[in-house]
Write a protein that binds this ligand. Structure first.
Ligand code: BGC
Length: 658
């Protein structure tokens, strides 16, 4: 049957996580939260249950996220991630049946806008364990007729947000909701009833299918990715020679994992402990992706504890997390293998660890990311990873005793502090993220005649949109989420410009400063290492090889050089720039042309820069001869220096319909 892999982790090489070679450039790097765990001040089935819960702790103000949204978006931004998964609190949106709270809807809409402005893609979960009391009192998911109520709420949110939110999770962990609420009794309603768990499970899958079909049929439905989030728990026989332990593992795997996954595949669902399966309309194929939440494996015997308080069995070499179950990263690969036959993209929608002193989390992150990168290298279609959680929060039945955050939260003062593990995650994300793009967009098109005497060239429309957007669109395909646009002294003309999914910062000069002066003037806004392009050139090269070369050359600057251009302005030898000569008439000693995209260390700007007006190319390229690295790439670049060249570019775009 199945094998329980264990790795010798102390001999593992993690360098690929740090040098940025472990994940593809379009990988979705995220963090996750859920409404009730962070917002504070919610009234729902959970707040009603809390006085009777195991810890009896009340969620209360939680992280007070409802009042600190902007600050928390900044925390996400500072991690450098590209995606954020949150859930929408139904009890806030529809506190009474049919009464929608427009302020609450607006709150989520603002959250989405604030994320997008920072270049962070939102992912919304429609049910993460909580529901309004009026609906709960009516039997919640125990009654099939209640499903419509929830789907109406989902449609309402989809109508408001689907123009900006592409990723949607229907239900978070239906198996956990059902088991914890109706078998282990740790979640509301806190009962132990096989009869009720069967009903609830069936209705959860019905609700998921109806939600998926309803949203898909709505406006934007075809553009959005909608999927179920499944917690995968790996079950392994405690004694591998004992058939009873095997049997127990098989039964639990069947009830907790297989029956749910099979239902998505076949449309027929046999809920845990049911004898027969039922066909659910619309269920087959009702997920555009599968969200995998993975935390651990459990070792099975026929006498396993049915209470979370009792320590689960672990292998002697395994380390217990604060939740008492072990860290077992190898199981994440087994979780991927389990869902691959759904034949849809996989997203790790949650993975993290309860670790109060943060001495385990950095290693936990490295192990799980390494396993994920290996799965991708083996051809498994894993698109993204959302760390659970952004910050310490209300951990359901455990209250505030289990801390899962990358940020530590001091609940008395609501102070957030990035933990060591947060730095670790951010560093791995950074190594895999395309650097900041800096666009020199101030140049006027004086040679373009009337059309641009007073308009920066980057704002001139080419084939239906300004040059700037052509540049940004290309950069986005290269994984850029963050651009600094140096607008020159006519910066007002850039006011109000946005670009979907990208964070734009504009920086203006008081007077014309030349290319060098423009960079110096914006030095506070430059990241340590940035890509530099010209606002009047469209240069569609792959950024990754340039960045990789820059890393390995360890240069202060690496420029792209083409040898296919009709004129030459530099000489290079053995991968280094030897001479730069912008105005040379005789090109005999020259053998290349600077093609426009370079990658620069901020320290280079600081070393050679000064205030006032000066030329970046002439000063820095000359100073760096023998030092700057050269990346050869003959991809044509398109500029708009003259009306003829602009016309050629326009024609090219039309012909290739870029
Ligand atoms: C849930 C989260 C929870 C996490 C850690 C997941 O099953 O979706 O809400 O905080 O586990 O226990």
């Amino acid at each position: 049957m199945w094998t329980e892999e264990h790795r010798q982790w102390d001999t593992v090489d993690y360098s690929s996580l740090k040098d940025g070679s472990a994940f593809p450039k379009e990988f979705m790097w995220g963090v996750a939260t859920a409404s009730h765990q962070i917002e504070g001040g919610n009234t729902n089935n959970w707040s009603a249950f809390e006085p009777r819960s195991k810890s009896q702790q009340l969620s209360g103000d939680a992280c007070d996220h409802w009042n600190r949204r902007e600050e928390d978006v900044t925390l996400i931004k500072e991690l450098g991630v590209s995606h954020y998964r949150f859930s929408i609190e139904w009890s806030r949106i529809e506190p009474q049946e049919g009464h929608y709270d427009s302020k609450a809807i607006q709150w989520y809409s603002d959250l989405v806008d604030e994320l997008l402005i920072q270049g962070i893609q939102p992912m919304a979960t429609l049910h993460h364990f909580t529901q309004p009391l009026w609906w709960d009192e009516r039997g919640g998911f125990e009654k099939e007729e209640n499903i419509t109520g929830w789907v109406n709420f989902c449609s309402m949110m989809f109508e408001h947000l689907s123009d900006r939110v592409e990723w949607w999770c229907t239900i978070n962990e239906p198996a956990v909701y059902a088991t914890m609420g109706y078998v282990l009794g740790e979640f509301p309603p806190g009962v132990r009833s096989f009869k009720r768990v069967r009903k609830v499970s069936l209705n959860l899958m019905r609700a998921h299918a109806r939600c998926y079909r309803t949203l898909k049929a709505m406006k934007n439905g075809d553009k959005c990715q909608i999927g179920l989030v499944k917690n995968i728990n790996i079950f392994d026989p405690y004694r591998r020679w004992n058939p009873l332990h095997w049997m127990q593992a098989k039964i639990l795997d069947g009830m907790f994992n297989q029956c749910w996954l099979k239902a998505l595949r076949t449309g027929k669902f046999k809920p845990p402990s049911a004898l027969f399966s039922k066909r659910i309309e619309g269920l087959r194929g009702s997920s555009d992706f599968i969200g995998v939440n993975y935390y651990t494996h459990l070792l099975t015997t026929p006498f396993m504890p049915t209470k979370v308080e009792i320590d689960p069995l672990i292998r002697p070499w395994e380390q217990r997390t604060d939740f008492r179950y072990p860290m077992y990263a190898e199981g994440l690969r087994r979780a991927f293998d389990m869902v691959t036959n759904l034949k849809i993209p996989i997203l790790v929608t949650e993975n993290g660890v309860a670790d109060d002193d943060d001495d385990m989390r950095p290693e936990h992150i490295r192990r799980h990311l390494l396993i994920t990168s290996e799965a991708i290298a083996d051809g498994i279609d894993v698109r993204g990873f959302y760390h659970w959680s952004l910050m310490d929060n209300f951990e359901w039945a455990e209250g505030y005793d289990q801390r899962f955050g990358l940020y530590h939260v001091e609940f008395e003062t609501q102070k957030r502090t990035l933990k060591e593990s947060g730095h670790e995650y951010a560093a791995i994300v950074k190594a895999h993220t395309t650097p900041q793009l800096v666009i020199m967009a101030g140049g006027l098109g004086t040679r373009l005649g009337e059309m641009s005497e007073k308009t920066p060239k980057s704002l001139i429309e080419v084939n239906g949109k300004p040059m700037l957007h052509h540049i940004l669109d290309w950069a986005k395909t290269q994984g850029c989420m963050n651009a600094l646009v140096l607008t020159g002294h006519l910066g007002e003309q850039f006011e109000g410009i946005t670009h979907p999914g990208m964070a734009l910062t504009f920086h203006q000069e008081k007077e014309p400063l030349g290319t060098g002066g423009a960079l110096w003037n914006a030095k506070e806004l430059l990241e340590q290492r940035f890509l530099l392009v010209w606002g009047d050139d469209w240069h569609p090269i792959e950024y990754k090889p340039l960045i990789e070369l820059h890393h390995s050359a360890d240069a202060p600057l690496t420029m792209t050089v083409t040898q296919a251009h009709d004129s030459k302005n530099l000489r290079h030898e053995n991968g280094r720039l030897m001479l730069y000569d912008k105005h040379s008439e005789s090109s005999e000693t020259l053998n290349g042309y600077e093609a426009g995209t370079s990658i620069v260390e901020k320290s280079t700007v600081l070393k050679y820069g000064h205030s006032g007006k000066w030329s970046w190319e002439e000063t820095v390229y000359s100073a760096l001869s023998g030092e700057a690295a050269v990346h050869l790439d003959d991809t044509a670049f398109w500029d708009m220096g003259t009306p003829e060249r602009l016309a050629l570019f326009e024609k090219f775009l039309k012909d290739t319909s870029v």
